[in-house]
Design a protein around this ligand. Structure first.
Ligand SMILES: Cc1cc2nc3c(=O)[nH]c(=O)nc-3n(C[C@H](O)[C@H](O)[C@H](O)COP(=O)(O)OP(=O)(O)OC[C@H]3O[C@@H](n4cnc5c(N)ncnc54)[C@H](O)[C@@H]3O)c2cc1C
Length: 427
């Protein structure tokens, strides 16, 4: 009888989980990915879903299709949202089943952080999943359509006030994308609307945008958003958001029915029974330099959900796709060797953000790029990183089409159908 391989369960098939599944030695491990979605997606382009630039299918990839192919062949997929882990009896539990493990890898990423004001969850639009991005897209399109048939000027202006909170890459890219709609699409496709009625306000709590990038990049991003008629307010913190009124720390207010929150992340919560993992800032799992979770045996954590404080980087590495991918590769190498001999060191290849057509900033290792060269670099890097040839081609065609036509054909407002009634899975 064939010997049973040790079972490795990976929670989350994002950049970290899927890359580990690719690199792990499948002749030594029986690997299962558990993910609440049946597809891998590409968060850096969620803002393009929200702004109708891309459709969700072109940046998502079904796990089961991926698992037919070479590097992930033999890995199993199970749909489910992991809610509990028992570290003594070694199982994880989803809303559907209990799955035993010999080794566990927690790679389930992060979710929105409302910094204690969890009521915001019900009121703001967010971009942490493809589903959230679609809701955001529908909302923006709904506002434009409703404003087009509204005869009351004050009401129309209210409908067309968009507030984006957080001046990091996601906030900047999202505000820029709505700014592009205002600048290029409104006049042609919404002739009933006056461009000046649309307000896009980006709020950032510190004194500059894109704080993790160079000051020059921050300056360029600010300038580009200005071209796209986005009002940027630096050193501005939101105090509360009730009854469609954004109240700022200085007491002033902005009326907006569409607030897009990109301001913070926290670990996706999982309840632990038995021995508890050590947690760091943002509820992230503290790991050593081999990605082993402090305080637990046979449990590893990768990507956004973990933090690896070291002497030179007490706050760990940034929560970026490259960090998640490199950690996954490093863990696979150590497991393959069967010894903890290769500590993780992040090789920073640079960071970039785009602020609409021909406008981007890129801080690369030896060179900083701005404007069109940065924009083409940004497109190239994202294109090669998307999973699946069909997806790459679809995205490229969409981008070329929008580039030449200054528009997209994806501004479809598809409301979900109410019937037949279904209990939401997971409840
Ligand atoms: C809008 C946005 C823009 C970004 N832009 C950039 C960028 O330009 N460049 C960059 O480098 N990084 C960017 N990032 C960050 C980057 O996406 C993350 O660093 C990266 O996705 C981390 O990979 P991960 O595998 O740790 O987590 P994720 O990619 O988030 O994957 C987590 C997986 O776990 C699943 N999951 C979550 N909870 C559970 C659960 N309880 N049970 C089962 N499955 C679960 C999710 O469905 C998901 O598939 C961006 C992120 C966002 C949200």
């Amino acid at each position: 009888m064939a010997q049973q391989l040790p079972r490795m369960v990976i929670i989350g098939g994002g950049f970290a989980g899927l890359n580990l599944a690719k690199k792990i030695d499948k002749s030594r491990w029986d690997v299962t990915i558990v993910d609440r979605n049946n597809f891998h997606s590409f968060p850096p382009l969620f803002y393009q879903i929200a702004s109708s630039g891309l459709d969700p299918g072109s940046i998502s990839f079904p796990f089961r299709r991926e698992m037919r192919k070479g590097s992930v062949r033999g890995v199993h997929y199970r749909m489910g949202e992991v809610m509990a882990v028992n570290t003594e009896q070694k199982w994880v539990e989803t809303q559907f089943e209990r799955i035993p493990y010999d080794s566990l890898v927690i790679a389930n990423g992060t979710t929105n952080n409302f910094f204690g004001n969890d009521e915001l969850l019900k009121r703001v639009f967010t971009l942490k999943s493809a589903a959230e991005a679609i809701r955001c897209r529908n909302e923006i399109l709904d506002r434009l359509e409703r404003a087009s048939i509204c005869h009351d000027e004050a009401e129309r202006k209210r409908l067309l006030t968009f507030v984006v909170i957080g001046g990091g890459p996601t906030g900047v890219e999202m505000a820029g994308a709505i700014g592009e709609m205002k600048r290029y699409i409104l006049k042609r496709e919404y002739p009933e609307l006056n461009v000046d009625d649309v307000r896009i306000i980006l709020l950032e709590g510190t004194d500059r945008l894109l704080r993790t990038m160079s000051e020059t990049s921050s300056g360029h991003a600010l300038e580009y958003l200005g071209h796209l008629m986005v009002e940027v307010r630096l050193n501005t913190l939101m105090e509360s958001y009730n009854d469609n009124i954004v109240t700022l720390k200085d007491g002033s207010t902005i009326y907006s029915e569409t607030v897009i929150w990109t301001a913070g992340v926290t670990a996706v919560p999982i309840t632990f029974q038995g021995k508890q993992p050590q947690r760091g800032p943002g509820n992230r799992y503290v790991v050593d330099e081999y990605n082993r979770v402090a305080g637990l045996e046979d449990v590893y954590s990768l990507g956004d959900v973990c933090i690896m404080p070291t002497a030179d980087k007490p706050k760990g590495d940034p929560q970026l796709a490259q960090v998640a991918i490199q950690q996954a590769h490093n863990l696979a190498k150590n497991l393959r060797k069967g010894s903890w001999s290769i500590p993780f060191r992040y090789k920073d290849k640079g960071s970039m953000a785009t602020v609409g057509r021909n406008r981007a900033v890129a801080d690369l290792n030896h060179i900083n790029l701005y404007g069109r060269p940065a924009w083409f670099t940004w497109m190239f890097v994202h294109l090669i990183s998307i999973l699946g040839m069909r997806n790459k081609i679809t995205v490229l065609i969409n981008w070329i089409w929008s580039y030449c036509s200054y528009t997209t054909s994806l501004r479809l407002l598809m409301h979900p159908n109410r019937y037949p009634l279904r209990r939401r899975w997971g409840e």
